[in-house]
Design a protein around this ligand. Structure first.
Ligand SMILES: NC(=O)c1ccc[n+]([C@@H]2O[C@H](COP(=O)([O-])OP(=O)(O)OC[C@H]3O[C@@H](n4cnc5c(N)ncnc54)[C@H](O)[C@@H]3O)[C@@H](O)[C@H]2O)c1
Length: 381
């Protein structure tokens, strides 16, 4: 197969993570970038030999692009995905896949009608420890899954954000932005099919009128249960419990005593700050997204600094994990799906099912009741 030529829609924080690893995905090359900000286009053109577009639609029309990575704000994921699919481009979307289930449906339909692949990107199911846990579960060695616990504490709500990122109506706040990560982890480990959700979400930072914490209980079709909790107010960081290793496998230097943010900031200020932020150091370990502990009938699994710990009647065993590719994993999966002419994972229906869980968390909290789900998709491995 010829090389897969990638265009990136939205040249902000997420795009930087993608751009730094494209070279790891063999057979993939950067072809274009699109953004509405002139400074972003200029900075991109300076660093990369690729076309620039000030309109995503123009990039989607380009003959020099085969696939588009949608890294624009959440409210644009559906519009940009449909646009790309209608021009015959394969699509990788950032999480959350969309802001509503109706949008997710439009995206899935557009991909199917135009014969292109739609991949739910930036999912923690690409993290090797999550994959390895799932492989152990699927092998049956520990019996069935009983309970999955995942928890995270970080400063998500204390990072410089523009207003739309902390506006729940626009797909902002902790549930929309970080809920998909924990949901993908527990859905993958639990087999994918969540029956119902009961959650309580909180808005306890007076300077941000959006969710900054949540606790949710997910009841799986097969009787397993998952509990997910997240606190993004920044008073405590979970890496203190994970050998100082954080998201992406980076060692985290925790500081304290920073002045708390007074609210969202102007876009110009955010992007100027981001331009000054030094890139993270080398990845030294497997990625941790908080602390995840899986209880099975005959044992327990959790992450070790570089793999997994398996606890059984025989004691504690170390299990190695596969290599980590970071954000290149999505590109490798898309290309492999095209070369091998097979479905990609996670696809649009997986992304929609994860979005359904996140929406149910918001609704459950508001209505103070359990929400039954209807659009779940199984984990295929
Ligand atoms: N911040 C992160 O670390 C991170 C990581 C992974 C994924 N994500 C996801 O990536 C997406 C983008 O988040 P981000 O943090 O990069 O935001 P960001 O604000 O840093 O970047 C978004 C970019 O999209 C551009 N943009 C806005 N409207 C546009 C339009 N109509 N057409 C073209 N470009 C447009 C903006 O100018 C900006 O450059 C979100 O879905 C988010 O959930 C963010």
């Amino acid at each position: 197969m010829k090389r897969l030529r990638l265009g990136i829609a939205g040249l902000g924080a997420a795009s930087r993570q993608i751009l730094s690893v494209i070279h790891k995905a063999s057979g993939v090359e950067l072809a274009a970038g699109a953004d509405v900000r002139t400074e972003a286009l200029e900075a991109f053109a300076e660093k990369h030999r690729a076309a620039v577009f000030d309109d995503v639609a123009d990039m989607c029309r380009s003959e020099a692009v085969d696939a588009v990575w949608i890294a624009t704000p959440n409210v644009f994921h559906a519009e940009h995905t449909v646009m790309a699919a209608e021009h015959g481009k394969h699509v990788i979307t950032e999480k959350p896949m969309a802001v509503s289930l109706e949008e997710a449906d439009r995206m899935v339909t557009a991909a199917a009608c135009n014969g292109v692949k739609l991949l739910q990107g930036h999912s923690k199911v690409y993290d090797p420890p999550v994959r390895r846990m799932r492989e152990i579960i699927s092998s049956g060695r520990l019996g069935r899954v009983i309970h999955i616990q995942t928890m995270n504490y970080n400063n998500w709500l204390q990072r410089p954000r523009i207003a739309s990122e902390v506006d729940t109506e626009k797909g902002g706040g902790l549930v929309y932005r970080q809920g998909p990560h924990q949901t993908d982890i527990v859905r993958c480990l639990g087999g994918g099919l969540v029956r119902s959700v009961r959650a309580v979400t909180g808005r306890w930072d007076p300077n941000f009128d959006t969710e900054g914490n949540f606790a949710a209980m997910l009841d799986f079709e097969d009787g397993a249960v998952a509990s997910m909790s997240f606190n993004g107010y920044g008073y405590f960081d979970v890496t203190e419990l994970t050998w100082d290793i954080g998201e992406g496998g980076y060692r985290v230097e925790r500081r304290g005593g920073e002045e708390r943010l007074a609210g969202p900031i102007a876009a110009q200020e955010k992007y100027q700050l981001a331009a000054k932020t030094a890139p993270s150091g080398d990845r030294m370990h497997q990625p941790f997204f908080g602390l995840t502990i899986v209880s099975c009938e005959r044992g327990v699994i959790r992450q070790s600094p570089d793999g997994l710990y398996l606890y059984t009647q025989e004691g504690r065993e170390q299990v190695p994990c596969g290599p980590r590719y970071g954000r290149a994993a999505e590109l490798m999966e898309l290309r492999a799906g095209l070369v091998e002419e097979r479905p990609v994972f996670p696809d649009g229906s997986w992304g929609k099912a994860t979005l359904e869980v996140c929406l149910a968390m918001l609704r459950s909290s508001k209505e103070q009741r359990e929400i039954r789900l209807e659009h779940q998709a199984p984990c295929p491995f």
